[in-house]
Design a protein around this ligand. Structure first.
Ligand code: S3P
Length: 172
């Protein structure tokens, strides 16, 4: 399959965007980028430090700026930070330049993936299933609205999720 536009992976923290993106990159022979990594490189500090030093709004501004940089790039696989689809402006930018794939998982699955993480400031002091379920429920409508493709990841390995995505993209 020859991708003509970016493939944006969106969804909650720990849903498997990064690992799936690496598999897609291998299978499609395309570069993969991670918006969080780009932000860390650009700002020269960890995500938690950006939140602590400059606040979430500042982080969100940098995040939006990353989409403008990507708009100039050849098609690639973009693993987005979990909050990327919360801004309508970001969704518009992603829709203009690519397809949006929403990865979904149960809060319990998410918890298992993020429980040892120390660089997810939104979960500092909130590392538990009820909080994750509550924040996910709040975000769900925006993820749904943004999505061109929706994939459930519970119980699947990243290579299987990547195969499912490729199959669905081929049908579009
Ligand atoms: C965030 C998710 C994180 C990172 C930041 C905020 C969010 O990315 O962008 O901590 O608002 O959901 P991951 O989804 O890669 O953990």
């Amino acid at each position: 399959m020859q991708l003509k536009r970016h493939l944006y992976l969106i969804g909650f923290m720990g849903v498997g965007k990064t690992s799936t993106s690496k598999q897609l990159s291998k299978k499609l022979g395309l570069k993969e980028v991670d918006t969080d990594k780009m932000i860390v490189e650009k700002e020269g500090k960890a995500i938690s430090d950006i939140f602590a030093d400059s606040g979430e709004e500042y982080f969100r501004g940098v995040e939006t700026g990353i989409l403008d940089l990507l708009a100039e790039e050849a098609p690639c696989i973009v693993s987005c930070g979990g909050g990327m689809a919360m801004r309508e402006e970001n969704v518009r930018k992603m829709k203009r330049t690519g397809l949006i794939v929403f990865l979904v998982a149960e809060p319990e699955t998410i918890y298992e993936h993020v429980k040892d993480s120390t660089d997810r400031p939104l979960l500092h002091g909130n590392m538990n299933v009820p909080y994750i379920a509550e924040l996910m429920a709040k975000r769900e409508p925006k993820y749904q609205e943004a999505a061109d493709i929706i994939i459930k990841t519970d119980g699947y390995a990243p290579f299987q999720i990547a195969d499912q995505i490729i199959e669905m993209v081929e049908k579009i």
